[in-house]
Design a protein around this ligand. Structure first.
Ligand code: NAD
Length: 489
């Protein structure tokens, strides 16, 4: 099994320390790869390479059309290697290959989107209030970007950062999650094939408290873009203050899914399941807080329970599998603890609430899809992210009550409303304090629309035009065409 190496200054290298890390298949705990385990030394080398490529290299001043064609090339190479990438992602994360194939289409779409819009911003002329002058605004790359990604959507989250950073002329050092580096390594092979100059895109593998901390602390890094948990986000925010780095944080979510009695019942049940049990609930935007109008509560929970107990758990490589394992033993233990807390608080388990007993699932990190009823918003199980296949059910009688429950969270990433009353729907989403709100939909996103959180779900936006602007500095250029002394002094 060849070692998965790091990509620094255009070279594939092992960790300076010689350390490696074993990468496990969460379905059966078999070793699927060995990866270089970089640390601060490797991160410093990568940052220095990115700094040189930005300060002395051609990339920041390469015409935007040429940068865009490099980014488009990555999209085409991902499309060429889609099956291989999807299988790697499933091997590493446990999600179904069918789902990973959809991810790969989305990922190629992100590179295509930024290649498409990346050479369209020619700046802006200002109608200057000063006679005989020219005033214009241009956007320039920020500099060296540190990019840190999580394990749940390894390559998707990487694509949201790589494409806009590269097309705007930045240089970067990426650190994927140490648990799931495989598709990111593969995409750096594609970046090499696409012909980017050495030092523009660098990859360092390793842990958060070594490589990630160096990226956050190093004063040669101008911007940190981080996707991950709220506690890590806070640490990065503090470290980034050392040189007032620009900061983009995509943190967690505890997303409400509000269902009114007048919604289309079958669709709302079906989508409530998708909202939370897709990828075993390990989705920042999972609809984990189901908030149902009291009059349909019993019927809704009964329909949901019947379907949830039939979800087929198994290997992501089996066509019949609907839900794979959780990512790691450590994460499984966290989800178990989270569920136990819910039980102790008085929430009632209607289905699930434990590991599966099937012999063929015992080597994997599986947890049964779980429904909690009798929940109130003061419970930890309703407030904490959980990040597993667990849904909590609360009820409401009035629209105001529904909105109050929906907004009762430190998070503000996403939320949905199900109703056939379009005026009510518009009223509700106008009051919901989240970065994305869906009406009669859940968990949909595409590259053209911005993604990010209100409140403690983060700072800044990825995707869409705002996702591009994160990677640029705005410069105002004022040109006096008739300079004269002012004679003030
Ligand atoms: P995590 O915070 O544990 O780790 C994320 C990344 O940060 C990893 O690469 C990790 O190595 C690194 N890291 C850890 N400690 C660090 C430190 N001190 N300094 C710098 N980097 C450090 O998160 P996770 O468990 O990998 O991912 C799950 C979390 O990600 C969930 O909270 C989820 O909601 C969030 N998430 C958010 C979005 C979004 O778009 N808002 C998308 C996906 C995941």
């Amino acid at each position: 099994m060849p070692l998965k190496k790091m990509f620094i200054d255009g070279q594939w290298v092992e960790a300076t320390s010689g350390q490696t890390r074993t990468i496990l298949n969460p379905y059966n705990q078999e070793t699927i790869a060995t990866a270089a385990e970089g640390d601060q030394t490797d991160a410093k080398q990568a940052i220095a390479a990115a700094r040189r490529a930005f300060d002395q290299g051609d990339w920041p001043n390469t015409p935007a059309t040429e940068r865009a064609s490099h980014v488009r090339k990555i999209a085409e190479l991902i499309e060429r290697d889609k099956q291989e990438l999807a299988e790697l992602e499933s091997l590493d994360t446990g999600k179904t290959v069918e789902e990973s194939l959809v991810d790969m289409d989305d990922i190629a779409g992100v590179f295509h989107y930024y290649a498409e819009i990346g050479d369209k911003d020619g700046g802006e002329m200002i109608d200057s209030p000063i006679p005989n002058s020219v005033s214009k605004v241009v956007r320039e790359p920020v500099g060296v970007c540190g990019q840190i990604t999580p394990w749940n959507y390894p390559l998707l989250q990487a694509s949201w950062k790589l494409a806009p950073a590269l097309v705007t002329g930045n240089t970067l050092v990426m650190k994927p999650s140490e648990i799931t580096p495989l598709t990111t390594v593969k995409v750096f092979e594609l970046i090499e094939e696409a012909g980017f100059p050495a030092g523009v895109a660098n990859l360092v593998l390793g842990a958060g408290n070594t490589v990630g901390a160096e990226l956050s602390n190093n004063t040669d890094v101008d911007l940190i873009s981080f996707t991950g948990g709220i506690e890590t986000g806070k640490k990065i925010m503090q470290a980034a203050s050392i040189n007032v780095k620009k900061l983009a944080l995509e943190l967690g979510g505890k997303n409400p899914n509000v269902v009114f009695a007048d919604a289309d019942f079958e669709t709302a049940v079906d989508q409530a399941m998708n909202a939370v049990f897709f990828h075993a609930g390990q989705i920042c935007s999972a609809g984990t807080r189901l908030i149902i109008e009291e009059s349909i509560h019993d019927k809704f929970v009964a329909a949901l329970t019947e379907r949830v107990q039939n979800i087929k758990l198994g290997s992501g490589f089996e066509e019949t599998t609907q839900m794979g394992p959780l990512i790691s033993a450590e994460h499984l233990a966290k989800v178990e603890h989270y569920v136990e807390t819910g039980k102790q608080e008085g929430a009632k388990v209607v289905v699930g609430g434990k590991r599966p007993e099937a012999p063929e699932l015992q080597n994997g990190f599986f947890y049964l899809p779980t429904i909690f009823t009798d929940c109130t918003s003061d419970m930890k199980v309703v407030q904490d992210e959980g990040f597993g296949p667990v849904i909590t059910v609360e009820t409401f009688q009035t629209e105001d009550e529904a909105i109050k429950l929906a907004n009762d969270s430190i998070y503000g990433l996403a939320g949905g409303v199900w109703t056939n009353d379009i005026v009510k729907a518009e009223r509700c989403v106008a009051k919901m304090r989240m970065g994305t709100v869906w009406i009669n939909e859940f968990n949909l996103y595409f590259p053209h629309a911005p993604w990010g959180g209100f409140k403690q779900s983060g700072i800044g936006r990825e995707l869409g035009k705002p996702g591009l602007e994160e990677y640029t500095e705005t410069k105002h250029i004022f040109h006096n065409l008739d300079p004269k002394p002012i004679n003030w002094f």
